[in-house]
Design a protein around this ligand. Structure first.
Ligand SMILES: [Zn+2]
Length: 400
């Protein structure tokens, strides 16, 4: 394969550089050379070149994005996970085919520059492995333009939904990359038994863990401590993520700092999408204690809420907005959460704009990273392995 030079690329440090790419990898980063303007080469024209965004938490199986509008149904009494799951089952029974919906959502994300993704897919007694089979096929179809990790997600609980422990194990055999969990105390009402299954599958199959935890306050903190203890006992530091961890946002700063140190010691990553309707983890405090915080869109126009646009830059802005981030340094933190921190949580190899890394990057019309976070500019060019895969929101290489 011939070498391609991406010339006049502005990097995060503000310098204009030529990025040499061969066989999908960055082989050199050089000062701009006038000779680089050849026909094989691509002119970035002084735009900001950043690594592809890490969409670290999404649900490809449940979105209605791009299809018929599904009006949100409020819970009868505040936020209730059980009721939401029931509404979702009802909506899904009448939804368009899952593959079509998943592809629309996937292309939305790629168009904005997501090139790495972790999607949770429902695996439980009601849907069995059907959703996973559909999403595995979608992943295969898009494998050359986005890397997708799939989490076997027990949306209906593990203990409350008969057959789920066995299904989670089978899901890994079928091709899921991680095992998930859901509110061990508030949903399944048995933290020990729930975590026994999750960590059991992870140990048996040698996979990582990403647990949904909506539990608030001290209940959430208790479950987090239990997850930390198991992670350390099994030597799984760096292989476990907790998604949402809303409870961390309910704690007083001293208590939050104490548990943050515990989470950091266990090497657990925390995912937040900075939801608008209740408390969420204190991002700056967690980072100060050494916790890796990453992000994702989570639900996009589905049975949980009508929001979401699949743009991880917009997500960085929301995290910054809700966290009281104002300085350039703060905005750069928000950017780190949707790029490098995501790569760390997903344990991605070859991530970043550096020699030896994969040539997965996005060219943006922004002067620098802080401006990209507050402006989330349109008209992006998205490159996977050095090939243009999306431009101005349109995916170009979808096969079929
Ligand atoms: Zn989720």
């Amino acid at each position: 394969m011939t070498m391609t030079i991406f010339t006049n690329a502005k990097l995060a440090d503000g310098l204009l550089r030529d990025i040499h790419v061969e066989n999908g990898r960055i082989t050199a980063i050089e000062p701009v050379s006038p000779q680089s303007a050849g026909s094989h080469n691509i002119d970035i024209a002084g735009e900001l070149l950043v690594p592809g965004f890490v969409e670290g938490h999404i649900h490809l199986d449940t979105s209605f994005y791009g299809g018929k509008w599904v009006a949100h149904r409020p819970c009868t009494n505040g936020f209730d996970v059980h009721e939401r799951v029931a509404f979702q089952a009802d909506n899904m029974a009448r939804a368009e085919p899952m593959a079509e919906r998943a592809i629309r959502q996937l292309e939305l994300c790629i168009g904005h520059g997501a090139l790495q993704m972790r999607s949770h897919v429902m695996v439980d007694g009601s849907v069995g492995l059907k959703s996973l089979e559909t999403i595995l096929a979608v992943r295969e179809r898009y494998r050359e333009i986005i890397d997708i990790q799939l989490v076997a997600f027990p949306q209906s609980g593990i203990l409350k939904s008969p057959g789920t422990p066995e299904l989670l194990d089978e899901a890994i055999g079928l091709g899921a990359d991680l095992v998930g969990g859901l509110d061990p105390a508030s949903f399944d009402r048995d933290v020990t038994a729930h975590l026994e299954v999750v960590f059991g599958v992870a140990q048996r199959r040698g996979v990582d863990i990403d647990i949904h935890l909506h539990e608030g306050g001290s209940m959430g903190a208790f479950t987090i401590e239990e997850i930390c203890a198991r992670t350390e006992a099994l030597g799984m530091q760096g292989h476990v993520a907790i998604s949402h961890a809303y409870g961390l946002g309910d704690l007083a700063p001293d208590a939050a700092r104490k548990i943050a140190a515990r989470i950091a010691k266990a090497g657990i990553s925390i995912m937040t999408n900075a939801p608008g309707h209740h408390s969420f983890p204190p991002v700056a405090l967690l980072r100060a204690e050494g916790v890796n915080v990453f992000s994702g869109s989570d639900n996009i126009r589905d049975s949980w809420w009508p929001y979401g646009d699949g743009d991880m830059l917009r997500r960085a802005e929301i995290i910054g907005y809700r966290s009281g981030f104002f300085t350039d340094e703060d905005l750069t933190v928000a950017f780190d959460i949707v790029t490098n921190a995501g790569a760390k949580a997903l344990r991605l190899e070859g991530y970043g704009i550096e020699v030896g890394a994969k040539a997965d990057f996005v060219a943006l019309k922004a002067a620098h990273v802080p401006e990209a976070v507050v402006g989330f500019p349109p008209g992006r060019r998205v490159f996977k392995a050095g090939r243009l895969v999306a431009e101005a929101g349109k995916v170009r290489l979808a096969s079929g």
